[in-house]
Design a protein around this ligand. Structure first.
Ligand code: NAD
Length: 498
């Protein structure tokens, strides 16, 4: 491959740039070697510093899978190109990806999903969608508890600043890249407070971008429509868990998850990686497709302001695809012309640097300010002046007595409510079982008991006294949630059947 490097005469007008790279595990070293050879050939002023992430770090006793040299390099250079990592099963090892995203505040995860039909076979021949996924919040905060023999919970945390910055990022991205429409996807018909906030912030921020069309879809039909009518979409912005699933669906219908690149963007730094994993089944065989990592590195060059080499690499890659020179994962007799290994595929791209595709539309990345420099407009003044009023408390009990009869529980709790509270209702898995519950409702050992405060006792110490009365009576309160109104608006959901 070395001989090919000197054959491309383009010389970057940009200054020298050092990029930290983590090879990764499994196929990581092969696809990274191929990718770096192409990058170096397109922009000789790039240099790379290998850092320790993944199995090597785990084996040296680092449960995070991330070496100190990696943190130092990211702190200095504000960027990392990362190969796929094998997370060892069990043993308390942490996911490198989640740790890097959260520690570095990489709040935006971008996945462009483009099909290259008829040169690469695709379920959807006309697809060009960018999925922008919130990357830090939601159930990925990883706050989980087991509360009883039968019930486990995972907290879904959605914040206003988190929603504001990802939604604003999506609109700024659309503006910077000449995209015409941003679609928000959420499930706010069910989760009216959390997903409702995401949708509301989207509607508010959309008003500031009148030139960009916007709409909202419920995530389930939205995912179905991405798979069936992708041309209805341009940029999609969504919450963390939905985005995780949606972007895999979108990448797959665009051709192959093996072709998809991604970027993780924060205010100060960014991480670029392929969407696929470490593919241990084909490691060391020189058959892996380096395209996902290569396209991630193209996104990295654009992010770093190296638009010219980014366009050169992308166009050479498109030319290789349209000539039917394919790696085994996308090789199809009748469509492909020749099956290439990882190294030969990279060499074919290097040979075509400076050329543009003839059948697939060429790309030309514009020079622009990286979108990540935008800071979220967090209205802290508004948060401090909001009028928060305690209205009561939900107490969650682990209770497994008297055949789980809600009538028995209700009559006991009514007495224990004392003068400060009254017992308004009891639910089981969110469904009202007292008063007047339906005997068909499945009853687990986990009961949510709602105690609104009597107005004359609006002191939060009353909650502690209620909990003491419950404990003295032998009840196991596993969790409480205070009920508040904010500026007179209810800040808690009603039960099904309430
Ligand atoms: P995978 O993406 O590694 O592999 C799934 C299938 O796709 C395999 O058959 C594999 O051979 C094939 N494949 C993947 N990338 C390919 C490529 N570039 N070229 C050709 N074929 C390719 O998913 P998996 O098998 O579920 O996971 C393997 C390991 O990767 C696990 O340890 C998992 O935790 C890890 N993983 C890491 C990341 C990451 O670091 N970003 C992402 C996903 C999975």
């Amino acid at each position: 491959m070395e001989t090919q490097l000197s054959s491309f005469s383009h010389v970057s007008e940009q200054p020298a740039l050092l990029i930290p790279v983590a090879e990764g595990d499994g196929i990581g070293p092969e696809i990274m070697s191929a990718t770096l050879a192409i990058l170096k050939a397109a922009d000789p002023k790039l240099d790379f510093k290998k850092v320790t992430v993944g199995l090597k770090a785990y084996e040296s006793g680092l449960m995070s899978g991330i070496g100190d040299d990696t943190w130092d390099a990211i702190k200095t250079h504000n960027v990392i190109l990362k190969g796929p990592i094998t997370t060892p099963q069990g043993g308390g090892y942490k996911s490198v990806n989640v740790t890097l995203r959260k520690t570095l505040g990489l709040y935006a995860n971008l996945r462009p999903c483009v099909s290259y039909h008829p040169y690469v076979s695709a379920l959807q021949p006309k697809m060009d969608v960018v999925i922008i996924r919130e990357n830090e919040e939601d159930t990925y905060a990883g706050i989980e508890h087991r509360q009883s023999a039968e019930v486990y919970q995972c907290l879904k945390l959605i914040t206003r600043p988190g929603c504001e910055r990802i939604v604003r990022y999506a609109f700024e991205y659309a503006r910077a890249h000449g995209r015409k429409k941003v679609t928000c996807m959420s499930k706010d018909n069910i989760m009216k407070l959390t997903d409702g906030l995401f949708h509301k912030v989207f509607d508010d921020i959309a008003l500031q971008y009148p030139e960009i069309e916007n709409n909202h879809m419920i995530i389930d039909i939205g995912t179905a429509r991405i798979a069936s009518r992708p041309t209805d979409f341009d940029v999609v912005v969504t919450l963390n868990l939905y985005g995780d699933i949606l972007s895999d669906v979108a990448a797959e219908v665009a051709g192959s998850i093996g072709l998809a690149g991604s970027s993780n963007i924060g205010h100060d730094c960014a991480m670029f990686e392929a969407v696929h994993g470490s593919a241990p089944d084909i490691a060391g065989l020189d058959i892996a497709n380096p395209s996902g990592l290569l396209l991630s590195s193209v996104m990295m060059l654009v992010h770093l302001g190296r638009a010219k080499p980014a366009s050169h690499i992308h166009n050479a890659w498109l030319k290789v695809l349209e000539e039917g020179l394919h790696t085994a994962d996308i090789y199809k007799p009748g469509i492909s012309r020749k099956k290439l290994g990882t190294r030969a595929f990279a060499e074919a791209i290097i040979e075509r640097l400076g050329q543009t595709p003839e059948k697939i539309a060429a790309v030309e990345y514009p020079e622009y300010e990286p979108v990540s420099l935008i800071h979220p407009e967090v209205n802290t003044a508004a948060s401090s002046t909001v009028n928060k009023t305690l209205m009561g408390v939900d107490v969650f009990l682990n209770w497994d007595d008297y055949g789980r009869d809600p009538e028995v529980l209700g009559s006991n709790l009514k007495t224990l409510a004392g003068p400060e509270f009254h017992l308004a209702l009891i639910t089981n898995r969110g469904v009202k079982v007292w008063p007047n519950g339906n005997p068909q409702t499945l009853r687990t050992d986990h009961w949510r008991c709602r105690f609104p405060l009597a107005e004359s006792h609006s002191d939060s110490r009353a909650i502690s006294m209620l909990l003491m009365r419950l404990a003295d009576a032998g009840f196991d309160a596993v969790k409480t949630e205070n009920l508040y109104e904010f500026d007179g608006v209810r800040g808690y959901s009603q039960a099904q059947g309430e």
